[in-house]
Ligand binder design. Sequence first.
Ligand SMILES: [Zn+2]
Length: 268
Amino acid sequence: MSDENQHFEISKQKDYLYVIKENISLVHPVYTNDPLNMYLLLGSHTALLLDTGCGLAPLKRIVDDLIGERKLLVFNTHYHWDHPLGNVEFGVVYIHENEVDLISKPYDVSYFKDSPNEIVKIYAKQNYLIPPAKTIKSLKDGDVFDLGEIEVKVIHCPGHSPGSICLLTSRGELFTSDVAYYGDQFLPRKEDFPEVLKTLLNLIELCERQKNLELYPSHRKYPCDKTLLTDLYNGIKNIEDLWDTKKPFDFFEAWQIDDDKFRYYISR
Ligand SMILES: [Zn+2]
């Protein structure tokens, strides 16, 4: 079902799960975590779209075609630019309560002004201020949504951002957002690593209680298993030992550190 002429690549993962992929390196080559994976869950009466991407091409009509008569819920996993910029097409968007304010106003993407890529003209036409959804509603840890034959539970996972969420379904999928994926990692300041590690440990424990969970990250490879979480946990724990190898990476105002599995950008 993929079409190379289209901006998005759409694939059907299961009867009730579609993946809508978007290449974020189109915006700026410094972003290498292609693709961004947006997920569309189809319950019997309600569909849930997880993230709206970069706002570079119409998404709603694609979603409308896939969901048929179902009601649609739209969530953002967190506020970072590659996840909410398509929100304006949708009337109501949910995000964790810690990040409601961050996506309620026009989103400033002026850091892409110097991008060598043509496609940023789409942002330039909007003066690098991307309009928000009309209504933003808040999510909190433990919220449950019934889609009809699939239930979805919100897990607050602070660390990558203050309001990052993961979603656990009653069918055994865990959508890990940017909390865990195989690719370049964007981490907060080193002082905040304990929160990142605590979140990862909570998810590792969840995977131990509930065997065979399938992990669906918001970037690159899917599905993954618990190994992704333990790889990342061990990697971040080990950063202290690699601290002397850090190099400045100015575009992200970060320190860059590499190990054999991940590249880390750590806020300065
Ligand atoms: Zn992301």
